[in-house]
Design a binder for this molecule. Structure first.
Ligand code: SF4
Length: 369
């Protein structure tokens, strides 16, 4: 198939669904790591189309949702550094930290600007040479290479007022932490397509080898996800555990070496805090020593204050796959996309937002807008 429409054809989908129903005899709890997959599943009612033997769980793969409150507080404090311009992607603006959000800081006078790319942030730095311009770097292996490229570009051009707060995260280490915790028993993992386009399929092999869990890398269209579930069920039924690629048009086993080189030229692994997971070794990216002058944490004197968690919010449990948004007593009452209490309701890839907009398939109800 070559065109997006073909990945949404209902006749093809019906055939795959029939095959899944026919083949699935054992209980199979499958986790979609990525928030993008959660949205595809909810939006297209994929859960409702699967047999009762298959349970789908959402995982920790939403970069906005997994950003810890202490790190959000750092970003908000940096936005208040006198003269600073804080640049970030749109989803981050409304995420509540311990006491406020970036949007509220902006309303109080901080210069917070939404950008669509790191190169936009760099352009703001060029145009405001007398002011520090800080880019809030969140995201997984998919975005970190572009942030690395902006730092290399700034170095090459001698742009001295550009800084990055690196809150980037690496996906395989958090999956290992999740599996080591033993909190949730998985029979299959839907691996993230966009992350895998950068890292390839090899970094997932430890899951199949060490934990005996089948992995399939999926694209983001409905037929991609159905095909992935079909492939996972084939492995579950056969007792196999391998890493397979259902997203051949986007992922090669070796990944994108150029992007990885860029990323590791500028960054190196470090421990990182994940919402709901605590600190996970080697799951973050910090600037290497030779790029330390771009590090916003080192460049400015700022006080993020003590960290407070949002009362009643269970985002951490959702990100570990142990609860669903329906288990949260604030869901769709106190907490809505207009009045978000936690990041899972703010982010376009958050599971609470997906449940709110599309329903969860158990009641036929939607949260409504
Ligand atoms: S519904 Fe709101 S408060 Fe509850 S877990 Fe989701 S984001 Fe947090």
């Amino acid at each position: 198939m070559k065109f997006i429409d073909e990945f949404r054809r209902s006749d093809l989908a019906q055939g795959v669904i029939r095959r899944i129903h026919h083949n699935s005899t054992k209980k199979a709890r499958l986790m979609e790591f990525c928030g993008g997959h959660t949205v595809t599943i909810m939006k297209n009612g994929i859960r409702q189309l699967l047999p009762p033997t298959i349970e789908m769980l959402s995982g920790p793969g939403c970069p906005v949702c997994v950003t810890d409150n202490a790190d959000l507080d750092k970003a908000i404090a940096l936005a208040k550094v006198p003269g600073a311009i804080l640049t970030t992607f749109g989803d981050m603006l409304k995420v509540p930290g311990s006491r406020s959000s970036l949007q509220e800081a902006k309303a109080e006078g901080a210069d917070v600007r939404m950008v669509y790319s790191t190169m936009d942030a760099l352009q703001i730095a060029r145009e405001n040479a007398a002011r520090p311009v800080i880019f809030l770097g969140i995201g997984f292996e998919t975005t970190a290479p572009t942030v690395a490229a902006s730092i290399l570009q700034a170095k090459q051009e001698g742009i001295s007022n550009y800084y990055v707060l690196s809150l980037h995260k690496l996906c395989p280490p958090v999956i290992r932490a999740l599996l080591d915790s033993g909190e949730v028993k998985l029979h299959g993992l839907i691996c993230p397509g966009h992350v895998s386009a950068i890292i390839g399929s090899k970094p997932w092999e430890f899951i199949a080898r060490d934990y005996r869990i089948p992995c399939v890398i999926s694209g983001f269209e409905p037929l991609d996800v159905l095909q992935t579930v079909d492939m996972l069920i084939s492995q579950v039924e056969a007792g196999d555990s391998r890493v397979e690629i259902a997203y051949r048009r986007g992922v090669r086993p070796e990944g994108n070496q150029r992007a990885l080189e860029l990323m590791y030229q500028v960054f190196e692994p470090c421990p990182a805090r994940w919402r709901g997971m605590g600190t996970v070794p080697d799951s973050g990216l910090k600037l290497r020593r030779e790029f330390a002058r771009f590090d916003a944490e080192l460049a400015f004197d700022f006080d993020p204050g003590p960290t407070l968690e949002p009362q009643g919010c269970i985002c951490g449990d959702l990100l570990r796959g142990v609860k669903t948004p329906r288990d949260c007593r604030l869901f769709a009452t106190v907490c809505t996309p207009a009045t978000p209490v936690g990041p899972c309701m703010v982010s376009s890839e958050g599971s609470c937002a997906a449940y709110y907009h599309y329903g969860d398939g158990t009641s036929g109800e939607q949260g409504g807008q």
